[in-house]
Write a protein that binds this ligand. Structure first.
Ligand code: PAF
Length: 296
């Protein structure tokens, strides 16, 4: 496994791989790798001749300095994960490598990035799209893998690829969960035992909506309203949003006519510091479900 830092070196090696007709699968990360990242890397390994993982905590996408400063750094363990997963190249640029003094432009997320996460984290998506464009342009991967946990990020990255004619297929990957349902996140290691137990509320909210869909509910206004009341009453938790949206446009919906997506975000007070968590999942109308045939 190779480790490189400077984008020029990445350009040189990926151009060589492209000229040798290798396929490349790329997993962009900010490190603190967990089972969720591992599932992306495994899928990348299964698809491509060459697998590249980038590890870069992108300052431009942090709207709060405190969040950036406390972002977990587990670089040695991350290398172990990459090595054991058969990664060919780990790209670990420095801030100066990615944003030298003469770096001038930024991508603007636009209207799709203003709601939900964008409303609570101003500038986050502009910074995220800027780094993703730089990473994708340097690697020019055949596939780039993104987790569905950051559902709005995934939608915006797909839009970026479309808007800028990037020659990469974006592969969405399902959320990986702990045994009690908590979505895996690099931020989970910041949670105290007590907050960790409370954090399950996000998954329970998702279950409530999915159960209501199973039970045949079509209008979700009351379900969402009583969920908001319950979550707002939760000690040490600040709810940011809990909404049902169209999975393509991310426009809020209350009536389940086709498949929708439930998205939730909030902050847990954790030993004096807030830890922000997000989760989401599909909400499928009962009649749209495929019932597998049973053979006996
Ligand atoms: O999802 C992340 O880890 C980051 O937003 C990404 C895509 C690596 C860009 O910094």
């Amino acid at each position: 496994m190779q480790r490189l830092a400077h984008p020029h070196d990445i350009r040189a090696i990926t151009m060589q791989w492209h000229s040798e007709k290798h396929t490349i699968a790329f997993v962009p990360t900010m490190g603190a790798l967990h089972e969720g990242h591992r599932s992306l890397i495994d899928e990348a390994r299964a698809r491509a001749d060459k697998v590249i993982v980038s590890i870069f905590v992108n300052p431009l996408q942090f709207n709060e300095q405190r969040d950036l400063d406390s972002y977990p750094n587990t670089l040695d363990q991350d290398f172990e994960v990459c090595l054991s997963a058969g990664v060919d190249l780990v790209w670990t640029p420095s801030r100066e490598d990615m944003y030298p003094d003469n770096h001038g432009t930024m991508v603007v997320a636009g209207i799709q990035g203003e709601q939900l996460e964008g409303a609570h984290r101003p500038g986050h998506f502009d910074g995220m799209l800027t780094i993703v464009l730089k990473l994708l342009n340097a690697v020019k991967p055949t596939w780039a893998l993104f987790g569905e946990k950051d559902f709005q990020q995934l939608a915006l990255v797909k839009q970026l690829v479309k808007d800028y004619y990037l020659d990469t297929d974006i592969v969405p990957m399902p959320i990986i969960r702990e045994s009690d349902g908590l979505a895996m996140s690099s931020r989970n290691i910041k949670l105290s035992q007590q907050t960790r137990r409370r954090a399950i509320a996000l998954y329970e909210a998702l279950m409530t909506v999915q159960d209501a869909a199973q039970a045949g509910y079509a209008d979700f206004s009351n379900v969402i309203q009583s969920m908001h009341q319950r979550l707002n009453a939760l000690e040490g938790f600040t709810l940011e949003y809990a909404v049902l949206v169209d999975p393509e446009s991310l426009v809020e919906q209350m009536v389940l006519e086709r498949q929708l997506r439930f998205l939730i975000a909030g902050s847990f007070e954790n030993e004096g510091q807030p830890v922000r968590l997000i989760d989401n999942g599909p909400v499928i109308r009962l009649s749209d479900k495929t019932i597998p045939l049973q053979y006996s």
